[in-house]
Design a protein around this ligand. Structure first.
Ligand code: NAD
Length: 240
């Protein structure tokens, strides 16, 4: 993989998985630009402070770019509860703007300004929650369903111009904690995920070696969503 001449833009690159993605691309010699609402720059990366839920912020951000983008990583998202916690109309809509509208509009702006490099790669960070839920997660889950569907729509529209793929992480610890016992054992892989599990796949999907992969969603969850769960099976018990 050679990213020496590649420009990578990462939304939400100041913390967590996005920060690890930024550090991974910097390690490979890429030029990295981050946009984040949290003013927490990374040494060696360009940093734009702003809220990607705002149309005018996205427009100012794209106007500030001084070279075409080879890799666009739509990583930022937030949760905001749902039906059981009084998530308001405005709260719900805000999450969709961060998680779905911004990835769409950022891509559209890059195209309009001729800033999408030839053979670009777009990676959207979805979630296993696009397909399964805990209670009270409507805003986030809808955004993740949206970005998963957006991925195959964009892959088809951008045929010949850019490859567009999604990654659906499961439980990825971004705090550096150690999880043992049931937290680890419930995953077929035997552990909780770490940001590098996602970042290395983002890098692979952006490399020329992934040139035949587009419109795809790759689940990285230690096998958790493949586990069939029945009461009393493997020690699982439904309480209450
Ligand atoms: P995080 O909260 O640690 O980091 C998210 C980053 O996005 C932060 O730097 C935050 O400031 C930024 N951000 C949030 N709203 C923004 C906005 N409006 N404008 C600009 N920047 C904004 O989250 P994370 O755990 O690193 O998650 C990264 C991505 O991975 C998200 O899309 C998340 O849904 C997805 N994901 C995470 C997990 C997990 O277990 N950590 C699991 C599945 C999916």
């Amino acid at each position: 993989m050679n990213f020496a001449n590649k420009h990578t833009v990462i939304t939400g690159g100041a913390n967590g998985i996005g920060r690890c993605i930024a550090e991974t691309f910097l390690r490979e010699g890429a030029t990295v630009t981050i946009i984040d609402i949290d003013n927490n720059p990374i040494k060696g990366a360009d940093f734009f402070h702003g809220d990607i839920a705002k149309k005018e912020v996205l427009e100012r951000f794209v106007s500030s770019l001084n070279r075409p983008v080879d890799c666009l990583i739509n990583n930022a998202c937030i949760g905001c509860g749902g039906l059981l916690s009084g998530c308001s109309y405005e709260d719900f809509e805000y999450v969709q703007r961060v998680g779905v509208t911004a990835p769409f509009y950022l891509t559209q702006l890059l195209m309009q300004k001729n800033l999408l490099a030839p053979n670009a790669s777009i990676v959207n960070i979805s979630s296993t929650r696009a397909n399964q839920s805990q209670p009270n997660t409507e805003a986030y889950t809808a955004a993740k369903g949206g970005i998963s569907a957006l991925t195959h729509a964009m892959a088809v529209s951008l045929a010949g111009k850019a490859r567009v793929n999604a990654i659906s992480p499961g439980w990825i610890d971004t705090t550096g904690s150690t999880f043992e016992g049931a937290d680890a054992a419930q995953h077929p892989a035997g552990r909780v995920g770490v940001p590098a599990d996602i970042a290395e796949m983002v890098l692979s999907l952006c490399s020329d070696k992934a040139g035949f992969i587009t419109g795809e969603n790759i689940t990285i969850d230690g096998g958790m969503s493949r586990l069939m769960v029945y009461h009393n099976d493997h020690g699982w018990k439904l309480e209450g």
